[in-house]
Ligand binder design. Structure first.
Ligand SMILES: [Zn+2]
Length: 397
């Protein structure tokens, strides 16, 4: 913590000025410090390496604090606070305790007469606590801005991240909920944000992203509030690479739903998972609605279309009902995002298939099957077809 109450009841903020260690040592001899939240005594830690800070005494638990603060977190909180002060906001307060909702955000700022609580989270916390805090801010009419500690992110390649269910809690929708969401992360070591934008899950935890690196001093608040809209067109090779890995390096441990899909595919189409049609890997922008591999829900739709005669009409509702009834297709937890239903990705998918000539839309939400699906291809042809289909797809979106 960087703010404490003295015995006289005044507040002392260690970020206010450049405190000399000498001065703080004198102060420590004269004064006692207390937690503004739980009133328990605090120790003043004068750091030569770590930033000066207050800490609860051992075996004194605070009513809202759950763990000791790391240097990484303390530094980040301080940097974000100073950055906000320089953003021309009406006010920015460090560790302001809000008794009515028993919360103490890292920074609380007021901009255009609206309060926003910044929570810089560098350690894993229970999802229930996350939801509780979020709903309490909402109740108080305060926007919440959760920023994930950059050191906690698992970047697998330039365009892929492993996103755990905990990290997914940080996902935010942009202005348009039909655009892919993003996760704001901040690293206090390099003093920069990494905005993990345009998130499209490839598997349950491996997400494709078009990330954006923003040094703190070049970032505006609005960058964190609404992400940049990207087109996947100029990043297509990275997406195709994911499909290629799926084809050439089959997973050793398949999830139960994938084992079932493998079985179904073999029975119905004599096709292994590695030979799925390219159309089972379309980077649909609202794919995040599904908590499953992208090829799983798309193959399920392809199998539905497959059993329909060509030139027969079917509706979006029929497909949605079928997918909903399928126990393998799971819906992602979206409590903190704007509420879309899986009708959104399914509609986007059917529209893409129509653009590509497999279907034809005849009416609002009504489609006619135009062509049979190609299930069997030689491995070399598959890879060529992936390129063709993905290029065609980007002409659509
Ligand atoms: Zn306390």
């Amino acid at each position: 913590m960087l703010v404490a109450k003295t015995g006289k009841g005044t507040m002392i903020n260690l970020s206010d000025k450049q405190w000399e260690a000498q001065i703080l040592m004198q102060l420590r001899r004269k004064e006692a410090f207390y937690c503004p939240v739980c009133e328990n005594p605090l120790d003043l830690k004068i750091g030569s390496i770590k930033v000066h800070h207050f800490a609860h005494q051992k075996n004194k638990t605070c009513s809202i604090e759950t763990e000791p603060e790391s240097e990484y977190h303390l530094n980040g909180k301080l940097q974000l606070y100073k950055w906000l002060q320089g953003q021309g906001v009406q006010s920015a307060k460090l560790e302001q305790y809000l008794p009515s909702i028993s919360q103490r955000p890292d920074v609380l700022f007021k901009n255009r007469n609206k309060y926003t609580a910044v929570e810089y989270q560098c350690s894993v916390m229970p999802a229930s606590l996350f939801s509780k805090r979020t709903s309490q801010y909402k109740k108080a009419g305060i926007n919440e801005m959760w920023i994930l500690g950059g050191k906690n992110t698992a970047r697998l390649s330039s365009h892929t991240f492993r996103i755990s269910p905990f990290q997914w809690l940080f996902a935010r929708a942009g202005e348009d909920p039909l655009d892919p969401p993003f996760i704001p992360t901040y690293c206090s070591k390099v003093q920069a944000f990494l905005l993990i934008e345009h998130l499209i899950p490839f598997s349950k935890q491996v997400f494709f992203s078009i990330p954006r690196y923003l040094p703190l001093n070049q970032t505006a608040i609005s960058d964190l509030q609404s992400p940049k809209t990207h087109s996947i067109k100029s990043h297509l090779s990275k997406w195709i690479h994911l499909i290629k890995s799926h084809r050439l390096k089959p997973a050793v441990h398949l999830q139960r739903e994938m084992i079932l899909l493998q079985k179904e595919l073999y029975e119905k189409k004599q096709t292994p998972l590695s030979h799925l049609p390219a159309e089972a890997f379309l980077p649909i922008k609202t794919s995040y609605l599904f908590d499953s591999r992208i090829c799983l829900w798309q193959t399920k739709i392809l199998l539905f279309i497959d059993q329909i005669q060509t030139h027969t009409v079917f509706t979006l509702e029929e497909v949605t009902r079928e997918i909903r009834a399928d126990p393998s297709t799971k819906v992602r937890d979206l409590t903190h995002l704007k509420h879309l239903t899986i009708g959104a990705p399914i509609l986007e998918y059917l529209e893409a298939l129509s653009f590509m000539g497999m279907l034809q839309r005849v009416n609002k939400n009504k489609y006619v099957k135009q062509k049979e699906i190609t299930w069997q291809s030689k491995p070399a042809d598959l890879l060529k077809r992936d390129e063709l289909v993905m290029k065609l797809f980007t002409q659509y979106k």
